[in-house]
Each structure stands twice: as structure tokens, then as C-alpha cells.
Design a protein around this ligand. Sequence first.
Ligand code: SF4
Ligand code: SF4
Length: 488
Amino acid sequence: MYMDRNLASASPTPEPIDETPLYAAHRTLYPQSVKGTYRTIKWVVLVATLAIYYLLPFVRFDRGPNAPHQAVLIDLPGRRFYFFFIEIWPQEVYYLTGLLILAAVILFLMNAVAGRVWCGYLCPQTVWTDLFYAIERLVEGDRREHMLRDQAPWSIDKVSRKAIKHFLWLMVAWWTGGAWVLYFADAPTLVKDLATGQAPFIAYAWIGILTFTTYTLAGHMREQVCLYMCPWPRIQAALTDEHALNVTYRYDRGEPRGSVKKNAQLRAQGLPAGDCVDCLQCVNVCPTGVDIRDGASLGCIQCGLCIDACDAVMEKVGHPTRLIAYDTDLNVRRRLEHKPTSIHIVRARTLVYAAIIAIVGAIMLTTLATRASVGVNLMHDRNPMFVRLSDGAIRNAYTVRILNKQTDPRRFAFAVEGIAGATVDIVGIPTPPDGDLAIEVGPDQTREFRVLVTARQPPKEETSPITFTVVDRNTGEAARAFDHFFAP
Ligand code: SF4
Ligand code: SF4
């Protein structure tokens, strides 16, 4: 918090001091409803994000006859992740690494431009808490009504309203858990199985766990999660700089604060008076109970609701709006020093983040666009590395896996190169007289087999490079894997 905000003490510049305690007793908050630009943005984001989360499992995507038609599916038994036209195999987990890097750097960029904009608008904890507050207000009334009811003795009305609220919270939490499991199986089928009691136990278990966590985190813990559990505010504080736009109380304009009457009297006497009328509306609407006039704090999730509340007050008392606004403390200090203010969205930090996003995104797009639909994995037997046969020949054994990433069955030619005169046997697949080995692999499947490479005249070196090649008989698309042939 800032230690002193009075104009008289504006110089030297106040330094931010984080006074957030490690633990504080829970206090019930009654955030008041508010209307305005940022509230509208939050409603739009809330509806859009929840609609995506709840409805996405039901979106269909045609991948051909031999692949699932669910647009987004985490197929754990089949070990695939489907996202519309993208299909990620376990061997391609680097795509997920790329996505994680992208997500992290996008978060850093958002932070560099507009502080905790993620926390205020997009974080699931914020979105669900907002929804739970909306339900609470619907059932128990707005701030004042709710506070009065909580202070009143228990009555049928009070009990029934609380029961209805918790029932609705549990319904939302239950549907949240239910939507989550739909990402792991064909959604319409799983809904039917869940309803008829035929779904696997693990699905019911996960719904139960997520119902409990959603109900607890969004209904009861609320701002406690942001204040004491989430690491992002601490990381964000270390990553931000003085040019990031944050919800800021413009104390150069607001102080000295005072009631409308008191400040009018001060002005009449030619004394300094700020625009803040000390109405506490900004505090009353805050979902984390923060007084933004105390300055930057880890408790502020930068939701902008105090801007809407203060704007309404400013309009009422006839002062210009945006006493609280997205601004920088640097600008506030510069105004106090009668210097011009500036907003620096394009600066070295944001350019670096944007460049990283562009580079990682381009690499991922290129690798996706040029992604091979056939692959071959290879593992040499470790113990023993080779065996000597009774006729003196040396044999090495390998486990080979061919990956067919297309949704049609394919037939692959299989060849081994590098060891002159070696014979190749596939366990379970007879070698044709012409030695032209071909292997069928089903649609969107892998096939694993053991390969024995036998050299009647072993190479003189202890290790010789060896290449395994698979070629699609129809398209000619090929994949190679490299290893070694070991000899005494
Ligand atoms: S202080 Fe303002 S921006 Fe920060 S959490 Fe509270 S209402 Fe949101
Ligand atoms: S809402 Fe505006 S005028 Fe009222 S206390 Fe907050 S900053 Fe001051």
C-alpha cells in the first residue's frame, strides 16, 4: 500500500509496500452490484467463456470414418488429443510444450500491457466466483438487503433463501464437473450413460470431486483463493513494470478526499480539495474487499468494477469521470509534477513478448502444416546387444513401431539398410520369397513388432549404423529411424 497519498506529501514519491499478511481471518464480503463499461465487458466474457466450457464437448467435427467426431477430445485409452483438425499423438507431446510456452508468454504480454487483466476477466476462479455472486444476489438480494438479512435472526425466509442459494450453487458446480468429464469421452454417449447409471465409476468420481472443488472455491473461498492460494499475483508483481496499465486511483485528482459539502467549503476558502467524495462505493463493489485508494495491492484483481462505481458517483456529483481508471502510477506522479503523461504500450518488453509469441506460433503452425502422417519408432534390444548363432552369424533384435496417423488403413513397405548381406525377419510376419516385406497398419493406429537382423558376415566394426525405412505403398510417403548394429 502507499503510505501517504496527500498532495502535501507527494514528494518524495511514495513507494509501494506490500503489506498483505500471510494469513487473515475470513471476513464475509457483500459486493454491491454495479453497472458500467467494465461490468458489461465482464458479463460478455463470463457468458462467452462459460458457453465455450459447457458446450464445446458437444461440437462435432468430421475426421473421416475411423476417427472420433468430437471436436475437442482427450482420448486417454486411445492416447490421442483431438482439437478440431489437430490430432496430437503421445510422440508429439512437444506440441503441448509449445502451447504451454505460448500460453505463458501471452500471459506475460497481457501483464505487460494491462496488469492482471487475466485475473480480472478470464481466470476461472474469477468467472465462477462472479457467477456465484450473481446467483447470491438473485436469491439473497443486493449488498444492503443481504447484510441486513444476515444480521437478522433466523427465519423461514432466511433459511429457505440460503437453501435455494446453496442448491443453485451445487447445481452449477455439478454441471461444471459434469462438463469436464465430457471432454474425455464421446459427450452425447457419456451423458446418456451418466443418466442411466452405466458410465464408468471414474466419471462419477471426477464429477463429485469437481462439484466439491467448484462449490468450495467459488462459493466459499472466493477472494481467499486470489489472496492466499494463487501464485500468479506474486509472480505478476515481479514481472510488471511502471508502464503497465493498472486500475489506478488518480490520487493527484482525488486527494484530499472529503464529503461533497466539506470539499465545497474548502474550495470556497481557496484551499485544495480533491474529487473523491469518500463515498466508499469503490470499496463496496469490490469482489475482494480492496480499497483501491490505498494503492497497488495483491488483493486487487484489476476487474475494473470500482471504475464503474466511481464513474457513477462522479456523474452524480458533477465531476469528470475516471477518477479511478486504467492508468499508471508513473502518470499520476508526472501529473503531480506538472509533466506530460504518456502511455507506452509498445516498448521493449511488449515487443520481445510479441516476437516470442510470433516465433513460437510460426514454428508450431509450420510443424503442424508439414506434419508427417507416418512415423517409425525403434528400440534396440539391450540385453544382450547381439547373439552369435551356431553358424557364426551375428543377430541383433529391435522393437519397431509404425505409426499410421491417417484415418485410412495403409500398407507399408519395410526395409533395413546399412549392413551388407544381412537378412531381415519380422517375428510373426513371414518374409516373401522376393524379400519385399509389407506391413498393414490400421487407421489412426500403431503396430509394433520385433525385427531380427542377421549378418552372416558381420561387420568388422563393433557398431555400424543401420537405417529402418517404411514407405506408404500408395503415396510413397516415407519415414526413417536410425540405430546401430552391434558385433563382437
Ligand atoms: S480494487 Fe477495483 S479493480 Fe481491484 S479488485 Fe477491487 S473492484 Fe476490482
Ligand atoms: S467511489 Fe470514487 S468518490 Fe467514492 S470513495 Fe471511491 S474513489 Fe472516492
